[in-house]
Design a protein around this ligand. Sequence first.
Ligand code: FAD
Ligand code: SF4
Length: 510
Amino acid sequence: MRWTPGEGVFWRPAPQADGFAAGDREIDADVAIIGSGPGGAAAARVFANAGARVVVIEEGPPEERFRPNQGQVMRYHMQEGGAMVATGSTFMPIAAGRGVGGGSLINSAIAWRCPGEVLDSWTPVIGSDRFCAREMKPVYDELWEMLGIWETRPEIAGENNDLVVRGVRALGLDGGYLSRATPNCVGCGTCNFGCPSGGKASVNHNLLVEATSNGARILADTKIDGFLSTGNRVVGVTGRSFHPDTREPGGRVTVRTAKVIVACGGIGTPRLLSRSGLDLGPAVGVGLHVHPGNGVFGISDTPVRWWQGATQGAYFHVKGLPGVLPHTSSLPPEVALLAMSAVGIDAPSGMALLDYLSGLLVMISDKGSGTVGSWPDGRAKITYDFDPGDVDRVKAGMVASAKVLLAGGAKRLFCAVAGVGQHTTAESLEAALATRTIRDFTLYASHPMSSCRMGQDPQTSVIRADGRAHRLEGLYLADSSIFPTSLGVNPSITTMAMATIIAGGLAATG
Ligand SMILES: Cc1cc2nc3c(=O)[nH]c(=O)nc-3n(C[C@H](O)[C@H](O)[C@H](O)COP(=O)(O)OP(=O)(O)OC[C@H]3O[C@@H](n4cnc5c(N)ncnc54)[C@H](O)[C@@H]3O)c2cc1C
Ligand code: SF4
């Protein structure tokens, strides 16, 4: 199978993948791809289409194990059980997906093209224009059509998104309904637990289907923990199968190959490389960006029921603040109750308010950065330090969000920032936020990136513009860890686009 533009095929049943294996496996391949998220899937598609023998190795389960509850998604579909945390200026949970499809299984499928000025700023850094806006455009165009990316339609948006759009329009702001990779969305609001209805174009329903149709093999329930090398050339990977339910170890796997593509994500890639023993230079795990953010929540007099409708379907740009991007959010009830308890709303009162909540999550393109290494037991060791200017931009985005929620119909506001309380005007919220430090914030970030950057300088980057490690033959990266800077927009489509270009270049040169 090969997808061609105009065909209109957005969703296919997920591909067959090998699951837990008790015995040892030895496999020969042309290309081994570690990780099956947007980056790994896009690379697998290109190599398989070019006729290469491709093996994709994925730590998470072979099939979707979706249930509408937080515990289930953390257990099966979040890296490290959803317990990754960055420490530094403050304590910040970091989320990343797991399973055949990686983060696309549980993300909100918001689709953006990276702003042209950001892409073009990379050209001097990487010494190549292969990811400039002009070169990326046709790749974005193809992905847009292949994934069925459309603007969220009002009939499936739901009141949470409608309220935001009303507010945006009333204030004359630049914003509206978001484009999402959700061609068949019915607006059930559970994207972050997995899509139960085939509405979302997660990469296991398109890129990986095309890859396996052209011969790629997927080994799921298999975690890579080492590399085979001779001299300065990587010639394979080793790992072990783990039972998806019991986590009991199974057999070892060895894949011998000419090319290893690491695509374990912004945390997973440096976590693996930092304990690999390979000589990759000092930039592994350095420069992590995460698009940190915080939410502002509205309380209306009439029901909103934020669990009905497209999960995150509206946004706006904050005037005068490029890189500050608020978009609709909703929380599972148990998390909403916790957020409300932070402003003194007790559980029974909070339960009574659940129907009436609306929300905006402020995400910023961060100047602050962090590091990713590995604890002795293999978990990621993550630090992150906020840039003071970033804190001010989060606050400004929250005040702008408060204005939008009020203009859209909310009557009261709160946010999960200690000591800020409830407000009826954006001005009083702004005054209350002014005295708060980042330690008072309840933060969350789900866009780890830029932790194994692309660049010309081996002291500050891990890979060259063609995706190859500076210091090693045979080892390439193709995921969100390679961005030379923070993007400022949700990163999965840019991850796919860059992986497509990297794999295309390698497949063409053999
Ligand atoms: C809750 C949530 C909501 C999000 N919403 C959006 C959104 O709306 N729009 C958007 O653009 N982005 C969104 N994102 C971010 C987006 O999903 C990620 O940026 C994207 O998935 C990154 O792709 P990747 O290929 O770099 O890595 P990942 O998607 O993280 O894939 C890496 C894969 O590698 C596997 N892996 C890791 N280590 C190993 C190992 N040692 N051996 C084998 N396999 C391994 C992991 O299990 C995982 O499946 C969201 C993320 C989350 C978590
Ligand atoms: S809102 Fe529901 S139907 Fe739509 S993509 Fe998300 S999970 Fe699927």
